[in-house]
Design a protein around this ligand. Structure first.
Ligand SMILES: NC(=O)c1cc2c(N)ncc(C(N)=O)c2s1
Length: 303
C-alpha cells in the first residue's frame, strides 16, 4: 500500500478507538496500545508532513499559547433555562404549556442537567472549525484550540455537512480528584477550558455531553439520534415522559441515583419533545417556554 493509504488507514483506526473510548465508553484496546498507535502516526506524519490533515488525532494538541481569547458572536443565541425549585413550580410550568398548546397532556423528554459549562461547536463541511463558550448567550470566547483537545469532540463528522451543536463541557469526578486548586468539578472544567495554553487544557481530561443540534428534526429525540449518528457523546439517561406525573417520577428516581455517577449534575432538564409544539410556544425574552430546569436542593457540603 502507498504511504498515503498507510497513513489514512492508521488515522481511521485511531479515530475508531477514540470514538470507542471517549464517546461510547467501550474501549477495545488499552491506553498504552492507543498511545503506541498515536506515536506511530506521529512518526509517519513527521516523515511526511505534506500528508497531515486537520482532523488527524495528532492535531488535537496543536495550538501555541494565546495572548487572550478572541470574542465571537453566536450565530443563534444560546438561551438559558427558567428554573423550577419545587414540584409546584413544575406543575405551573406544565399547566402553562398545556394551555398554550390546548393539550390535556404533554409528551416531555427528561434529561440530567450536567453541572459544567455550555459550549457551541461549528462544523463546516464536516470539519470542526470553531468552538466558543456561552459567554452572555450572544457572544462568547473563541476556545477552539482548547476544545480540540477534548477527545469526545469529533474533529471531523462522518458526513461533510455544515452544522452547529451545543453541549456541556464537564470534568469527571475521578479526574477532578487528581487536581488541586479547584472547589468543584465545574470550576475545574471552566478553569481548564479557559487556559491560554492548549497543552494545559489537554492535560486536564475534559469531557462533553452534547444536547442540542441546530438542524431540521421533528422531535427532540430525533435530534438526539442525529447527534449520536454524527459521533457526539450523548448522556444515556434521557427518558420520554408522558405527562407531569411521569416527569415527577423521573425527578424522584434521579434525586438519589445521580450520586452514583462519575460527574456532577445539578438538576433535570425537561423539554417538550415535539419541535412543532416548541415552535408554537416560542421564547420569552431570555428563555424557552417549552423547557425548564428542575433544580435539586444543593447538596449539604460534606465537611
Ligand atoms: N442552558 C441550556 O439550555 C441547557 C443546559 C443544559 C445542561 N447543563 N445539561 C443538560 C442539558 C440538556 N440535556 O438539554 C442542558 S440544556
Amino acid at each position: 500500500m502507498s504511504i498515503q493509504q498507510d497513513i489514512a488507514k492508521l488515522r481511521q483506526e485511531i479515530q475508531r478507538h477514540e470514538r470507542l473510548y471517549y464517546v461510547a465508553d467501550a474501549p477495545e484496546i488499552s491506553d498504552q496500545e492507543y498511545d503506541k498507535l498515536l506515536q506511530e502516526l506521529q512518526a509517519m506524519e513527521t516523515a511526511h508532513p505534506e500528508l497531515v490533515t486537520p482532523d488527524s488525532p495528532t492535531q488535537r494538541v496543536g495550538g501555541a499559547p494565546l495572548e487572550k481569547f478572541a470574542s465571537v458572536a453566536h450565530q443563534q443565541p444560546l438561551y438559558s433555562l427558567d428554573n423550577a425549585f419545587s414540584l409546584a413550580d413544575l406543575a405551573e410550568f406544565d399547566t402553562r404549556a398545556r394551555k398554550g398548546l390546548a393539550a390535556a397532556e404533554i409528551e416531555y423528554i427528561c434529561e440530567l442537567k450536567i453541572d459544567g459549562l455550555a459550549v457551541s461547536l461549528i462544523y463546516e463541511q464536516g470539519l470542526f472549525t470553531l468552538g466558543a463558550t456561552r459567554g452572555d448567550g450572544k457572544k462568547g470566547e473563541n476556545v477552539t484550540e482548547n476544545l480540540k483537545t477534548v477527545r469526545a469532540i469529533p474533529l471531523r463528522l462522518p458526513e461533510a455537512r455544515d452544522i452547529v451543536v451545543r453541549g456541556e463541557i464537564y470534568m469527571k469526578r475521578s479526574d477532578f480528584q487528581k487536581l488541586e486548586g479547584f472547589a468543584n468539578p465545574r470550576n475545574a472544567a471552566a478553569g481548564s477550558l479557559r487556559q491560554l495554553d492548549p497543552k494545559i487544557t489537554a492535560a486536564r481530561r475534559l469531557d462533553m455531553f452534547c444536547y442540542s443540534v441546530l438542524a431540521e428534526h421533528q422531535t427532540q429525540e430525533e435530534g438526539y439520534q442525529l447527534i449520536q449518528k454524527l459521533g457526539f457523546k450523548l448522556n444515556p439517561h434521557r427518558r420520554i415522559c408522558r405527562g407531569l406525573a411521569a416527569v415527577e417520577k423521573y425527578i424522584q428516581e434521579w434525586e438519589t441515583r445521580r450520586r452514583e455517577l462519575d460527574y456532577d449534575t445539578d438538576g433535570i432538564v425537561i423539554k417538550i419533545n415535539s419541535i412543532a409544539a416548541q415552535q408554537k410556544l416560542g421564547f420569552t425574552t431570555k428563555a424557552p417556554r417549552w423547557a425548564i430546569a428542575y433544580k435539586y436542593a444543593p447538596e449539604q457540603a460534606v465537611t
